[in-house]
Design a protein around this ligand. Structure first.
Ligand code: GDG
Length: 461
């Protein structure tokens, strides 16, 4: 009899209906298959419990949380996960915060979650671990003798070998991934970087069946490009909004950026690209306003405070240089907007600017395409640093570091003939359909079920 599905992710919806693409998709998958979803509790604990706390309110599957103290949140979550692993995987080794206590806190939280899981997991269960918050989890489970299948999906890029070597814990980093049975990455480029890193490792071995061996552990690595619920998106976009989401002059065009406030998203570079476009623009051409919607994130981490200041100064400078009494070229909005507002904005925009320096996939690119009117679609300008660029080759692909390249793409997007816009959009829509998020989830879970049982490769304690 097949075991149950156990999903572990940092964030878990504990109150009200789930919102946000991934959370909704995991909710639907669990509602269909049954199982258990575990995530971090939203309130800090004084003394963390050694058992999961059940969360009520869901009948089709179980939900539970694990505790975190305030210090653990600082070291494990803000520290190691977001000030070490996040910059590492986004090619920003210059931002690595080397604090011994971060790694200690990270290992300790993962070891505790593994101990709690070991108490409840059956040998036929499948454990699906999400993201960089839980890299040591499979290694800890194996040390406890757990033989269930354990899979990791990494939502962010897999780092290059040279970047991994900047990590104090680089040896452990290799062992952490190797202890999973299945490692899912976003793109073929991620898979290539992962294989290359293990090939270079003195104990790494490529097996004939394509799996990777490191010391006593064998794992499989594959790409599972994540997507969105495209149909629901297109349906929302077709419904006229109750009111105009933004008042843009009839003779002006809208260029839209939507990103968490994060240095990986390349927002300063984007502003400079827009500034290049403004500098060269024909004064008789329609005015274009860049609306940048930027929900704040990880505000207590220093690198995030710095980028906010940089963007405020940059948008002020560009608006001062090019603005007119009835036109502000950049509208920089540092807050999140409701989805009912976001989707009509996507649809109104002539150009969607998705120009991260590095990004696992970037779902905004797919949402923008799904929300367009196929008869009169906007143009997607997409960075080659986004995982999405591997599939969405009919977007205007740019080098996000090159302001002139971005400026040219903006110009090209704003002036693209209708026929070309339609044919590019149709091709991109095909990609969105082919990477539906529900299929993505089912594919990963089935692939995890199909891997050989790990009992034969159990590690020594
Ligand atoms: C990680 C990886 C990977 C944004 N602003 C608002 C808002 N959003 C929503 C978007 C989109 C989501 O947030 C952002 O998703 P991304 O994929 O762009 O980026 P990350 O948050 O960095 O996610 C990434 C992803 O995981 C999935 O694997 O693609 O590479 O970094 O859905 O719509 N939603 C609302 N208001 C906003 O202001 N309602």
């Amino acid at each position: 009899m097949p075991g149950r599905l156990i999903v572990l992710s940092n964030r878990i919806p504990t109150e009200g209906p789930p919102s946000g693409g991934l959370v909704v998709a995991l909710h639907e998958l669990l509602a269909e298959r049954g199982g258990l979803w575990i995530g971090a509790a939203s309130d800090f604990a004084d003394e963390p419990s050694e058992t999961f706390q059940p969360v009520a309110g869901e009948e089709r599957y179980e939900k539970a949380t694990f505790d975190l103290t305030e210090d653990e949140h600082a070291d494990y979550y803000l520290g190691y996960a977001n000030s070490v692993l996040w910059p590492l995987c986004h090619h920003r080794t210059d931002l690595l915060a080397m604090e011994r206590r971060y790694a200690d806190g990270y290992r300790a939280v993962n070891a505790r979650v593994a101990r709690m899981l070991a108490q409840i997991v059956g040998p036929e269960d499948r454990i699906w671990v999400h993201d960089y918050h839980f890299l040591p989890l499979a290694l800890e489970l194996r040390r406890l003798g757990v033989a269930a299948r354990v899979g990791m999906f990494l939502h962010i890029p897999f780092p290059a070998a040279a970047d991994i070597s900047a990590l104090t814990e680089s040896d452990e980093f290799y062992q952490w991934f190797a202890a999973f049975d299945l490692v899912g990455l976003q793109t073929e480029a991620d898979v290539a970087r992962c294989l290359d890193a293990y090939r270079r490792h003195p104990s790494g071995e490529m097996l004939l069946d394509g799996r990777v061996k490191l010391d006593g552990s064998i794992f499989k690595v594959r790409s599972f490009p994540i997507g969105i619920d495209g149909k629901t998106f297109a349906d929302i976009a077709k419904t006229p909004p109750a009111h105009d989401p933004v008042h843009i002059r009839a003779d002006a065009r809208l260029i839209l950026g939507v990103d968490r406030l994060d240095y990986s998203k390349g927002i300063p570079h984007r502003f400079r690209g827009f500034s290049t476009y403004l500098a060269r623009r024909d004064p008789c051409s329609p005015r274009a306003t860049l609306l940048q919607i930027t929900p704040p994130s990880r505000e207590s981490v220093m690198a995030y405070q710095e980028i906010t200041r940089e963007l405020e100064a940059l948008s002020g400078r560009i608006n001062g240089q090019y603005g007119e009494i009835d036109w502000t070229p950049i509208r920089f909005v540092v807050r999140s907007v409701p989805r009912e507002t976001l989707v009509p904005l996507y649809r109104m925009a002539s150009v969607g600017l998705v120009t991260p320096l590095a990004d696992g996939m970037n779902l905004v690119a797919k949402e923008f395409v799904a929300a367009q009117d196929p008869d009169d679609p906007g143009v997607l300008v997409l960075s080659r640093g986004a995982g999405a660029a591997e599939q969405m080759t009919d977007a205007l692909i740019v080098n996000p570091y090159d302001a002139e390249d971005v400026g040219d793409a903006i110009e090209k997007g704003l002036t693209m003939p209708l026929e070309e816009r339609r044919s590019r959009h149709a091709a991109l829509m095909e990609v969105v359909r082919n990477t539906d998020i529900f299929e993505w989830g089912n594919r990963f879970i089935d692939a995890l079920g199909a891997v050989k049982k790990p009992a034969a490769q159990m590690r020594e304690t």
